[in-house]
Design a protein around this ligand. Structure first.
Ligand code: MIG
Length: 683
């Protein structure tokens, strides 16, 4: 176990990230030096430059230091060499140039000359300069100095992570069906259209457990409503789907439509549950339905109220949800829009030069997710009025917590699927995250892989990317390759944006290959589910960089495109178009496993070293570590059908092997019941 110390600076607000309240240490914070620096502040608008004093925490990096963590983010597994900003942001362009995505995950581990972990429990915007400004310096700059700093030291990276995970509490556990394959698309308009999707899968024998409902199912994009014309008799439809072993998973958005007579709006308004502006009036933003209010999910009563709203859908047969737009995303605010329209009207010139065009564009583009808007509304937290920008990164957490806490009350015996787009550490106890609006790009397949271990470090185990890519048009080979990675991610969901090429598997030519690939997910379920459950129950990582497991191996430390999945498997997916295979590094002897489906499995033992491995589009390849076992079964059409009994074992050539299998009914919560743990052995 690693030692954890807590240091408080200023007045700390309880964010809900940690579950055990450590006593506060006094004295200097180890590793991080508090310094003040004079800096030249340049501004595009003012001609004079100005010297300003910056207060920051600094760590001096040595040449060999690597930095891991920061959860959902762009760039590498090793985060060194870029400036990150914790600031939950709705940004659908996950390019290397970005500094933040949807999550704010302020935990990282430095490994090299010294090995230690840092967690900054801070709900506002935070700069985490990981050797960008200066290559040999970590620089941490919060907006203000009210935060808790946790320092973890002693032991390996994996031990530090485990200690951190104990501090923040057990990761969310979904129902077992949520490990099945799910199909989603923004634009499924009606029950009839969803029936077609299910038919497409079932008729082609491609396994399927869930279909996701995007905003199209709602009436006028109003939360907790269902459009009666396009989804007549919804409970009956949900029942019909359940008979086909399909779970419907509706989306819930953060913004509540302003509309007289709409129950959620009326109740929220009457009870003062929405975020308010400076004058105490409900803040008006706009999202899908036009103008909305944001429920104050950081306020206990409002959170409770919003959570209870999920009940209506639960009663209609729904067992899972995805929470979206909860950074919260704001298309525009009422106030800012008025100002912008005025400005545009006053722009006399009908012959704009370049500068005017730029200014015009900036005004219009600046409408969305504007920092001024985020600093113009307030939460009421334990009797105190707190400006949103101070606690911005807690909003998605609050919304998901609302649902999670409500489910504990409404369905105490049952696991409900829940994942969110925005998040903060602590939210991992209530739900998972999906990686947001990626693109149908090969580079995003690799980004998907890289985010997995970083998210696991921060407690997020139930996660996955939009397989095939959300924006842009997918190609058949990209989808196949992406699924070959998705087989291993707990959330295995194909999702795409309105207006992009349709990407349901049965729409492509090689339906048999899709059937086989997704079938492999179901065949490997005994292993994948066991590893997930053990990781959650023991506060361990499911996806590990090679650097964590083979810290002495200089090659392994630099591998950024292979991962260990649980105790037995290493994966090395193909992420290049038109490639017939890829280079793979084996840090120790391993058994290569090549599957076309669960009946055609070839294996070969390879020595430690570098290899070029051919992997065709029809195949899944992974590696088994020495002394390890992978239990598997046959492929099925849905999770419920997976047999508990007929287990087979793949293993590295050796004797006296053991494996701890985890098996339960997949929906109850008696996780620790010893009957769920079984010992499998090879003699
Ligand atoms: O800004 O509901 O990330 O998965 O399909 C778009 C429509 C709003 C963003 C989500 C995406 C979802 C989409 N939503």
């Amino acid at each position: 176990m690693s030692k954890i110390r807590r240091y408080s600076i200023g007045t700390f607000m309880d964010t809900g990230a940690v579950i055990s309240k450590l006593p506060k240490e006094t004295g200097e914070i180890p590793y991080l030096k508090r310094i003040q620096r004079m800096e030249l502040k340049k501004s595009d608008k003012e001609p004079q430059e100005e010297m300003v004093q910056r207060d920051e925490m600094v760590y001096h990096l040595s040449f060999q230091d690597r930095i891991y963590g920061l959860g959902e983010n762009v760039r590498g597994i090793n985060k060194r060499g870029w400036l990150y900003e914790s600031n939950c942001t709705d940004d659908p362009n996950h390019t290397e140039s970005k500094h933040s995505l949807y999550g704010a995950h302020n935990f990282f581990v430095v490994d090299g000359r010294e090995t230690f972990g840092v967690f900054l429990d801070y709900p506002g915007k935070l700069i985490l300069d990981m050797g960008y400004g200066q290559m040999d310096e970590i620089r941490i700059v919060p907006q203000d100095w009210n935060l808790d700093v946790y320092i973890l030291e002693g032991g390996s990276i994996l031990e530090i992570v485990k200690s951190f995970r104990k501090l923040i509490g057990r990761s969310y556990i979904p129902p077992k069906w949520a490990f099945g394959y799910g199909q989603s698309r923004w634009g499924y308009q009606s029950a009839a259209e969803i029936r077609e999707v299910v038919k497409g899968y079932r008729e082609n024998g491609i396994p399927l457990d869930a279909v996701y409902l995007d905003i199209d199912y709602m009436e006028g994009f109003k939360d907790f409503t269902i459009d009666k014309e396009r989804f007549p008799d919804f409970p009956k439809f949900a029942e019909e789907m359940r008979k086909e072993h399909i779970h419907l998973v509706p989306i819930i958005d953060a913004g509540v439509k302003i509309e007289e007579g709409y129950e959620v709006y009326e109740e929220g308004k009457k009870n003062g549950y929405f975020c308010k502006d400076q004058e105490g009036k409900e803040f008006v933003g706009a999202v899908w339905p036009g103008k909305v209010h944001f429920p104050d999910v950081l306020n206990k009563e409002a959170r409770k109220w919003f959570g209870q709203k999920y009940q209506g859908l639960l009663e209609q047969g729904i067992e899972g949800f995805w929470n979206d737009m909860n950074e919260p995303a704001i298309f525009y605010s009422e106030k800012n829009l008025e100002q912008v329209l005025k400005k545009i009207k006053s722009m006399k010139s009908r012959n704009m030069d370049m500068w005017e065009v730029f200014a015009f564009r900036d005004i219009v583009n600046g409408l969305a997710n504007n920092p001024k808007d985020y600093s113009s509304f307030y939460h009421e937290i334990e009797g105190k009025k707190i400006c949103h920008d101070k606690v911005h990164n807690l909003y998605g957490f609050g919304m998901t917590r609302a649902a999670g806490e409500a489910f504990e009350e409404l369905e105490p015996e049952k696991r409900i699927l829940l994942f969110s787009r925005a998040s903060y550490i602590g939210m991992h106890r209530y739900g998972g995250v999906w990686m947001g609006d990626n693109q149908s790009w090969w580079s995003h397949l690799l980004l998907n892989l890289k985010m997995l271990p970083s998210l696991n470090m921060c407690g997020f185990l139930y996660t996955g990317a939009d397989l095939g890519g959300f924006g842009s048009d997918v190609t058949e080979d990209l989808l196949l390759r992406w699924l070959a990675l998705g087989i291993f991610t707990p959330l295995m969901r194909n999702h795409s944006a309105l207006g992009t090429r349709e990407q349901e598997c049965y729409r492509f030519t090689q339906t048999e290959v899709f059937r086989n690939l997704i079938g492999i997910r179901y065949g490997l379920m005994p292993y994948l589910y066991s590893e997930y459950m053990k990781a959650a129950l023991k506060d361990e990582m499911l996806f590990m960089p090679l650097a964590f497991v083979y810290p002495e191996d200089a090659h392994a430390r630099e591998v950024e495109d292979q991962l260990l999945v649980g105790e037995s498997i290493m994966i090395a997916p193909v992420y290049t178009q038109n490639a017939g295979g890829r280079y793979v590094y084996l840090p120790e002897p391993m058994k290569l496993v090549r599957l076309k489906d669960m009946e055609h499995i070839e294996t070969e033992v390879l020595e430690q070293g570098h290899y070029y491995i051919e992997i065709s589009l029809e195949e899944v390849v992974f590696f088994i570590r020495p002394g390890k076992i992978v239990p598997y079964t046959k492929a099925e059409q849905y999770v419920k059908e997976i047999p508990a009994e007929e287990l087979r074992l793949m293993h590295f050539e050796a004797e006296g092997l053991e494996y701890e299998l985890y098996q339960d009914d997949g929906f109850e919560k008696d996780y620790e019941n010893p009957e769920h743990f079984k010992r499998l052995g090879v003699k």
